[in-house]
Design a protein around this ligand. Structure first.
Ligand code: PLP
Length: 412
């Protein structure tokens, strides 16, 4: 199996070799001052990343999931609230909605971007307002009523009429920003808030601005495999709303008020540790360049894969730059994808599937009562999609080897 890893899927070692002295100096400083929790590097990082995105405020926290949870808590999300989102994402996006007792309402995606489809979003809101699942598939939680263990907060009352749409969690999947120029007017007209799940898109841009500035709040993740990763778990919330930022600060430390022993709301212990902030500060020195390199890698793949049969490569958009958290392509169908996987295996090339099962078909969300066929694009993509090795230090010769294995498999 060692040989299979000859081309790593992501390569954090090459990155570390560029910044090792800076990382060690940063960690040494933390060890010297000893403020392991909320040390000075936290505020320094928040200031630097807020400036990087053009956001007014940034709040460092313990993970991307906790960032989403904090943002939803700051919006007082709870039972009876419908929060719209995509079923074609990592489970954390919908998990946080359900954890607060609110209801995830899924909206299908655009097959070209893998991001939420604005026309479907309109329909889903209309369906919620009229409590009419004939307009667009809605959760039918009634099916789960009285079923123990199915969904921690599955309400026992009748479903549709009680769900009030509150906001949308958009996901910039694989690093590509959503179509915010289409999405934001829909939300404004409906009086809904926007939370941008930028866990994969930190470093991307939409019409020259960061998607982290395009919602009421935005959240990102510094999980090691994300475009900007730390050496453990970490996350961040961004907002231009000063009072919301103050609430987030309080929620991050047990709902703290004026001082440590004044508690004004229920909160979390969701702080980022100072060591991770030091690592991220070191990585920021090369991050913009890494985004450029990822874009070159993606373009090179697209060129090499022109020879492939019935493989759809990702689109480039003149008004957006992806952070290329993943480079994902589509096979013709599930069978075709399997022949490509066989070839990749024979050639010791690693691959991944994001995501093999859309969230509405996962056991954890079965209490919502969605069925197969409710979100046909997400379901089809999950059968055809796969991701190839992607990182800033991928050599052209390795890309050629990866692409050759895809081309060969696609033509069998
Ligand atoms: C990674 C990821 C998260 C969660 O981030 P963690 O830091 O792992 O908690 C949330 N949403 C999306 C889309 C992600 O890719």
């Amino acid at each position: 199996m060692e040989d299979r890893l000859s081309i790593p899927f992501i390569d954090l070692k090459s990155q570390y070799s560029r910044i090792d002295s800076r990382v060690k100096e940063g960690l040494d400083r933390v060890l010297a001052h000893g403020a392991y929790v909320m040390g000075p590097e936290i505020a320094e990082l928040e200031k630097e990343l807020a400036a990087f995105c053009g956001a007014q405020h940034a709040l460092a926290c313990s993970s991307g999931t906790d960032a989403l949870l904090l943002a939803l808590m700051a919006k007082n999300t709870g039972p009876g609230d419908a929060v719209l989102t995509t079923p074609f994402t990592f489970c954390a996006t919908a998990e946080v909605i359900a954890l607060l007792g609110a209801t995830p309402v899924f909206v299908d995606i655009d097959p070209e971007t893998f991001n939420i489809d604005p026309d479907s979003l309109k329909l889903a809101i209309q369906a919620l307002r009229s409590a009419d699942p004939d307009v667009y598939p809605l959760p039918s939680q009634a099916k789960a009523a009285g079923e123990p263990g199915k969904g921690p907060h599955a309400p026992s009352s009748m479903p549709h009429a009680h769900l009030i749409p509150k906001g949308l969690i958009s996901v910039d999947l694989f690093g590509l920003p959503c179509d915010y120029e289409a999405i934001n007017p829909i939300l404004e007209e409906e009086g809904l808030w926007l939370l941008v799940d930028a866990a994969q898109s930190f470093g991307s841009s939409y019409k020259d601005v960061s998607p982290c500035t395009l919602g009421d709040t935005a959240c990102t993740s510094f999980f090691p495999a994300k475009p900007l990763g730390c050496y453990g778990d970490g996350g961040m919330c961004f907002t231009n709303d000063t009072s919301l930022h103050q609430v987030l600060e309080s929620l991050r430390v047990h709902g703290q008020g004026k001082n440590r022993y004044d508690n004004v709301r229920l909160g979390l212990n969701a702080r980022m540790d100072t060591m991770q902030a030091a690592v991220l500060l070191a990585k920021m020195s090369i991050f913009p360049e890494e985004i450029e390199l990822r874009n070159i890698v993606a373009r090179t793949y697209n060129d090499f894969l022109q020879e492939a049969q019935d493989i759809t490569v990702p689109s480039f958009f003149p008004d957006r730059q992806s952070a290329w958290a993943q480079y994902s392509v589509l096979a013709r169908d599930q069978e075709h994808r399997q022949t490509v996987f066989d070839s990749l295996k024979e050639n010791n090339v690693p691959w991944s599937v994001y995501y093999p099962l859309p969230l509405h078909l996962q056991d954890v969300f079965s209490y919502l009562g969605y069925s197969s066929g409710d979100f046909p694009v997400s379901e089809e993509m999950s059968k055809r999609i796969f991701s190839l090795p992607m990182h800033p230090y991928l050599k052209q010769s390795d890309q050629e080897k990866v692409a050759r294995a895809v081309v060969e498999g696609s033509r069998r």
